[in-house]
Design a protein around this ligand. Structure first.
Ligand SMILES: NC(=O)c1ccc[n+]([C@@H]2O[C@H](COP(=O)([O-])OP(=O)(O)OC[C@H]3O[C@@H](n4cnc5c(N)ncnc54)[C@H](OP(=O)(O)O)[C@@H]3O)[C@@H](O)[C@H]2O)c1
Length: 261
Protein backbone atom coordinates (compact mmCIF):
# COMPACT_ATOMS: atom_id res chain seq x y z
CA UNK A 1 0.00 0.00 0.00
CA UNK A 2 1.42 3.37 -0.97
CA UNK A 3 1.34 5.88 1.84
CA UNK A 4 1.02 9.62 1.13
CA UNK A 5 3.96 11.59 2.50
CA UNK A 6 2.74 13.99 5.16
CA UNK A 7 5.67 16.39 4.91
CA UNK A 8 7.41 18.12 7.76
CA UNK A 9 5.23 21.20 7.76
CA UNK A 10 1.94 19.34 8.08
CA UNK A 11 3.53 17.41 10.92
CA UNK A 12 4.71 20.65 12.51
CA UNK A 13 1.24 22.14 12.33
CA UNK A 14 -0.25 19.14 14.09
CA UNK A 15 2.53 19.30 16.69
CA UNK A 16 1.78 22.95 17.39
CA UNK A 17 -1.95 22.20 17.61
CA UNK A 18 -1.06 19.91 20.51
CA UNK A 19 0.37 22.98 22.25
CA UNK A 20 3.83 21.59 22.91
CA UNK A 21 6.16 24.22 24.41
CA UNK A 22 9.88 24.62 23.78
CA UNK A 23 11.25 22.62 26.65
CA UNK A 24 13.94 20.73 24.72
CA UNK A 25 17.52 21.98 24.97
CA UNK A 26 19.52 22.98 21.91
CA UNK A 27 20.47 20.09 19.65
CA UNK A 28 23.94 20.03 18.12
CA UNK A 29 24.01 18.39 14.69
CA UNK A 30 27.31 17.25 13.18
CA UNK A 31 26.73 16.39 9.53
CA UNK A 32 24.36 18.38 7.34
CA UNK A 33 23.76 15.78 4.63
CA UNK A 34 20.73 13.59 3.97
CA UNK A 35 20.10 12.49 7.55
CA UNK A 36 21.47 15.54 9.40
CA UNK A 37 19.34 17.96 7.40
CA UNK A 38 16.23 15.74 7.63
CA UNK A 39 16.52 15.63 11.43
CA UNK A 40 17.27 19.36 11.55
CA UNK A 41 14.01 20.06 9.68
CA UNK A 42 12.04 17.99 12.18
CA UNK A 43 13.83 19.64 15.09
CA UNK A 44 13.04 23.24 14.07
CA UNK A 45 9.48 22.17 13.23
CA UNK A 46 9.27 20.88 16.82
CA UNK A 47 10.57 24.22 18.18
CA UNK A 48 14.01 22.88 19.04
CA UNK A 49 17.01 25.15 18.45
CA UNK A 50 19.80 23.54 16.44
CA UNK A 51 23.46 24.31 15.81
CA UNK A 52 24.46 22.45 12.67
CA UNK A 53 27.96 21.79 11.30
CA UNK A 54 29.62 20.01 8.42
CA UNK A 55 33.18 19.49 7.17
CA UNK A 56 33.32 22.65 5.02
CA UNK A 57 32.48 25.22 7.66
CA UNK A 58 29.50 27.42 8.64
CA UNK A 59 29.59 29.60 5.52
CA UNK A 60 28.71 26.57 3.38
CA UNK A 61 25.51 26.12 5.40
CA UNK A 62 23.98 29.53 4.62
CA UNK A 63 21.22 28.17 2.35
CA UNK A 64 20.28 25.38 4.73
CA UNK A 65 20.05 27.60 7.82
CA UNK A 66 18.03 30.13 5.85
CA UNK A 67 15.60 27.36 4.91
CA UNK A 68 15.52 26.11 8.53
CA UNK A 69 14.71 29.53 9.91
CA UNK A 70 15.48 31.39 13.09
CA UNK A 71 15.89 28.32 15.30
CA UNK A 72 18.92 27.16 13.29
CA UNK A 73 22.50 28.39 13.46
CA UNK A 74 25.45 27.21 11.40
CA UNK A 75 28.53 26.46 13.46
CA UNK A 76 31.86 24.74 13.46
CA UNK A 77 32.05 21.09 14.47
CA UNK A 78 33.34 22.26 17.87
CA UNK A 79 30.38 24.61 18.29
CA UNK A 80 27.86 21.92 17.36
CA UNK A 81 29.60 19.41 19.65
CA UNK A 82 29.28 21.77 22.60
CA UNK A 83 25.90 23.32 21.74
CA UNK A 84 23.89 21.20 24.15
CA UNK A 85 23.75 17.95 26.08
CA UNK A 86 22.55 16.01 23.06
CA UNK A 87 24.23 15.78 19.69
CA UNK A 88 23.14 14.12 16.45
CA UNK A 89 26.21 12.66 14.73
CA UNK A 90 25.55 11.95 11.06
CA UNK A 91 28.79 11.70 9.11
CA UNK A 92 30.69 8.89 7.35
CA UNK A 93 32.26 6.38 9.72
CA UNK A 94 35.75 7.25 8.49
CA UNK A 95 35.35 10.83 9.72
CA UNK A 96 34.72 9.85 13.37
CA UNK A 97 38.42 9.86 14.20
CA UNK A 98 38.64 13.56 13.18
CA UNK A 99 36.01 14.64 15.72
CA UNK A 100 36.84 16.59 18.90
CA UNK A 101 36.24 13.56 21.14
CA UNK A 102 36.92 15.50 24.36
CA UNK A 103 33.99 17.83 23.62
CA UNK A 104 31.65 14.87 23.19
CA UNK A 105 32.69 13.22 26.45
CA UNK A 106 29.67 12.91 28.79
CA UNK A 107 27.21 14.09 26.14
CA UNK A 108 24.40 12.02 24.66
CA UNK A 109 25.36 11.37 21.03
CA UNK A 110 22.78 9.92 18.64
CA UNK A 111 24.95 7.99 16.21
CA UNK A 112 23.39 7.44 12.79
CA UNK A 113 26.48 5.87 11.21
CA UNK A 114 26.59 2.76 9.08
CA UNK A 115 29.49 0.87 7.53
CA UNK A 116 29.61 1.04 3.73
CA UNK A 117 32.94 -0.47 2.61
CA UNK A 118 32.80 1.27 -0.79
CA UNK A 119 32.78 4.62 1.06
CA UNK A 120 34.65 3.80 4.28
CA UNK A 121 37.17 1.27 2.98
CA UNK A 122 37.32 -2.22 4.46
CA UNK A 123 37.50 -2.22 8.25
CA UNK A 124 38.93 -5.53 9.49
CA UNK A 125 37.18 -5.69 12.90
CA UNK A 126 33.79 -5.08 11.27
CA UNK A 127 34.38 -7.54 8.43
CA UNK A 128 35.48 -10.16 10.98
CA UNK A 129 32.34 -9.39 13.03
CA UNK A 130 34.52 -8.85 16.09
CA UNK A 131 32.46 -5.75 16.77
CA UNK A 132 29.48 -3.85 15.46
CA UNK A 133 29.70 -0.37 13.95
CA UNK A 134 28.26 0.97 17.22
CA UNK A 135 31.05 -0.67 19.24
CA UNK A 136 33.67 0.73 16.86
CA UNK A 137 32.15 4.21 17.23
CA UNK A 138 32.38 3.92 21.01
CA UNK A 139 36.05 3.00 20.71
CA UNK A 140 36.65 6.07 18.54
CA UNK A 141 34.68 8.38 20.87
CA UNK A 142 35.55 7.28 24.41
CA UNK A 143 33.37 8.83 27.09
CA UNK A 144 30.62 9.93 24.71
CA UNK A 145 27.25 8.44 25.69
CA UNK A 146 26.48 6.92 22.31
CA UNK A 147 22.98 5.87 21.32
CA UNK A 148 22.57 4.25 17.93
CA UNK A 149 19.57 5.88 16.23
CA UNK A 150 18.24 6.93 12.82
CA UNK A 151 20.66 4.50 11.13
CA UNK A 152 18.02 2.05 9.90
CA UNK A 153 15.72 4.43 8.04
CA UNK A 154 16.25 6.06 4.64
CA UNK A 155 16.67 9.82 4.93
CA UNK A 156 13.68 10.63 2.71
CA UNK A 157 11.43 8.40 4.84
CA UNK A 158 12.13 10.47 7.97
CA UNK A 159 9.82 13.39 7.03
CA UNK A 160 7.31 11.01 5.45
CA UNK A 161 6.84 9.03 8.67
CA UNK A 162 7.16 11.67 11.42
CA UNK A 163 3.92 12.05 13.38
CA UNK A 164 2.89 13.76 16.63
CA UNK A 165 2.85 11.68 19.82
CA UNK A 166 -0.20 9.47 20.04
CA UNK A 167 -0.96 9.44 16.30
CA UNK A 168 -2.38 6.01 15.42
CA UNK A 169 -0.05 5.69 12.44
CA UNK A 170 3.13 6.65 14.25
CA UNK A 171 6.30 4.71 13.39
CA UNK A 172 8.97 3.39 15.75
CA UNK A 173 12.74 3.57 15.50
CA UNK A 174 15.20 1.32 17.34
CA UNK A 175 17.71 2.80 19.77
CA UNK A 176 20.63 0.98 21.40
CA UNK A 177 23.35 1.97 23.81
CA UNK A 178 25.01 1.29 27.13
CA UNK A 179 23.98 4.30 29.20
CA UNK A 180 20.34 4.12 30.30
CA UNK A 181 20.09 7.86 30.95
CA UNK A 182 21.36 8.62 27.45
CA UNK A 183 18.84 6.20 25.97
CA UNK A 184 16.05 7.93 27.89
CA UNK A 185 17.18 11.35 26.62
CA UNK A 186 17.42 9.98 23.07
CA UNK A 187 13.92 8.51 23.31
CA UNK A 188 12.52 11.84 24.57
CA UNK A 189 14.16 13.73 21.73
CA UNK A 190 13.02 11.22 19.09
CA UNK A 191 9.49 11.34 20.53
CA UNK A 192 9.52 15.11 20.12
CA UNK A 193 10.84 14.72 16.57
CA UNK A 194 7.94 12.46 15.63
CA UNK A 195 8.72 8.80 16.33
CA UNK A 196 8.22 6.15 19.00
CA UNK A 197 11.30 4.18 20.02
CA UNK A 198 12.03 0.55 20.80
CA UNK A 199 14.98 -0.28 23.05
CA UNK A 200 17.04 -2.66 20.92
CA UNK A 201 19.63 -3.35 23.61
CA UNK A 202 23.37 -2.81 23.74
CA UNK A 203 25.88 -1.65 21.09
CA UNK A 204 26.80 -5.32 20.60
CA UNK A 205 23.23 -6.07 19.51
CA UNK A 206 22.96 -3.37 16.86
CA UNK A 207 23.75 -5.85 14.08
CA UNK A 208 20.00 -6.52 14.16
CA UNK A 209 19.35 -3.14 12.50
CA UNK A 210 22.55 -2.51 10.59
CA UNK A 211 22.66 -2.67 6.74
CA UNK A 212 21.16 -5.79 5.13
CA UNK A 213 19.80 -7.09 8.44
CA UNK A 214 16.13 -7.83 9.08
CA UNK A 215 15.34 -4.55 10.87
CA UNK A 216 17.06 -2.29 8.35
CA UNK A 217 15.54 0.25 5.94
CA UNK A 218 13.22 -2.07 3.98
CA UNK A 219 10.92 -2.43 6.97
CA UNK A 220 9.74 1.18 6.43
CA UNK A 221 8.92 0.70 2.73
CA UNK A 222 5.28 0.65 1.67
CA UNK A 223 6.35 -2.14 -0.71
CA UNK A 224 9.24 -4.01 0.93
CA UNK A 225 9.91 -5.95 -2.27
CA UNK A 226 10.81 -2.83 -4.25
CA UNK A 227 14.08 -3.35 -6.21
CA UNK A 228 17.12 -1.72 -4.65
CA UNK A 229 17.53 0.74 -7.54
CA UNK A 230 14.04 2.15 -6.83
CA UNK A 231 14.39 2.42 -3.06
CA UNK A 232 15.34 6.09 -3.15
CA UNK A 233 11.98 7.06 -4.66
CA UNK A 234 9.87 4.40 -3.01
CA UNK A 235 7.31 5.68 -0.48
CA UNK A 236 7.30 4.71 3.17
CA UNK A 237 4.55 3.16 5.27
CA UNK A 238 4.16 3.37 9.05
CA UNK A 239 5.78 0.67 11.18
CA UNK A 240 4.48 0.20 14.72
CA UNK A 241 6.64 -0.54 17.74
CA UNK A 242 5.30 -4.12 17.83
CA UNK A 243 6.17 -4.63 14.16
CA UNK A 244 9.65 -3.23 14.79
CA UNK A 245 10.15 -5.53 17.80
CA UNK A 246 9.17 -8.52 15.63
CA UNK A 247 11.62 -7.45 12.90
CA UNK A 248 14.44 -7.04 15.44
CA UNK A 249 13.67 -10.43 16.95
CA UNK A 250 13.63 -12.18 13.56
CA UNK A 251 16.77 -10.45 12.28
CA UNK A 252 19.78 -12.62 11.46
CA UNK A 253 23.40 -11.51 11.57
CA UNK A 254 24.68 -10.77 8.08
CA UNK A 255 28.12 -11.58 6.73
CA UNK A 256 29.64 -8.10 6.77
CA UNK A 257 32.75 -9.24 4.87
CA UNK A 258 30.51 -10.09 1.90
CA UNK A 259 29.04 -6.56 1.71
CA UNK A 260 29.57 -5.12 -1.76
CA UNK A 261 28.32 -1.54 -1.27
N1 LIG B 1 21.36 8.55 3.64
C1 LIG B 1 20.65 7.66 4.32
O1 LIG B 1 19.48 7.36 3.94
C2 LIG B 1 21.21 7.02 5.55
C3 LIG B 1 20.37 6.16 6.27
C4 LIG B 1 20.82 5.62 7.45
C5 LIG B 1 22.10 5.91 7.92
N2 LIG B 1 22.94 6.70 7.18
C6 LIG B 1 24.28 6.96 7.72
O2 LIG B 1 24.26 8.24 8.34
C7 LIG B 1 25.50 8.92 8.13
C8 LIG B 1 25.24 10.18 7.32
O3 LIG B 1 24.64 9.80 6.10
P1 LIG B 1 24.16 10.87 5.05
O4 LIG B 1 23.51 10.14 3.95
O5 LIG B 1 23.43 11.97 5.75
O6 LIG B 1 25.57 11.41 4.54
P2 LIG B 1 25.87 12.62 3.54
O7 LIG B 1 24.62 13.10 2.92
O8 LIG B 1 27.00 12.17 2.70
O9 LIG B 1 26.38 13.76 4.55
C9 LIG B 1 27.52 13.57 5.32
C10 LIG B 1 27.76 14.81 6.12
O10 LIG B 1 28.91 14.58 6.94
C11 LIG B 1 29.73 15.73 6.89
N3 LIG B 1 31.08 15.38 7.23
C12 LIG B 1 31.95 14.56 6.59
N4 LIG B 1 33.11 14.51 7.23
C13 LIG B 1 33.00 15.34 8.28
C14 LIG B 1 33.88 15.74 9.30
N5 LIG B 1 35.12 15.25 9.39
N6 LIG B 1 33.44 16.62 10.22
C15 LIG B 1 32.19 17.13 10.14
N7 LIG B 1 31.30 16.78 9.20
C16 LIG B 1 31.71 15.90 8.28
C17 LIG B 1 29.59 16.21 5.47
O11 LIG B 1 30.05 17.53 5.39
P3 LIG B 1 30.18 18.28 3.96
O12 LIG B 1 28.79 18.46 3.49
O13 LIG B 1 30.87 19.56 4.30
O14 LIG B 1 30.99 17.35 3.12
C18 LIG B 1 28.09 16.05 5.26
O15 LIG B 1 27.40 17.17 5.77
C19 LIG B 1 26.41 7.94 7.39
O16 LIG B 1 27.19 7.25 8.33
C20 LIG B 1 25.41 7.00 6.71
O17 LIG B 1 25.99 5.74 6.52
C21 LIG B 1 22.51 7.28 6.01
Amino acid sequence: MAYPPTGVWLWATRNKEQGRGNTMPTLGIIGSGNIGSAVARLAVAADIDVVIANSRGPQSLADLVEELGSRATAGTVEQAASAGETILLSIPLTAYSSLPAELLRGRTVLDTGNYYPHRDGRIGELDAEKMTTAELAQQLLPGALLVKAFNNILAHHIPQLARPAGAPDRSALPIAGTDQGAKTRAAELIDRLGFDTVDAGTPGETWRFEPEAGAYTRIYLADPSVPVERMLEAPAAPLSADELRAALQASERVKVAERTF
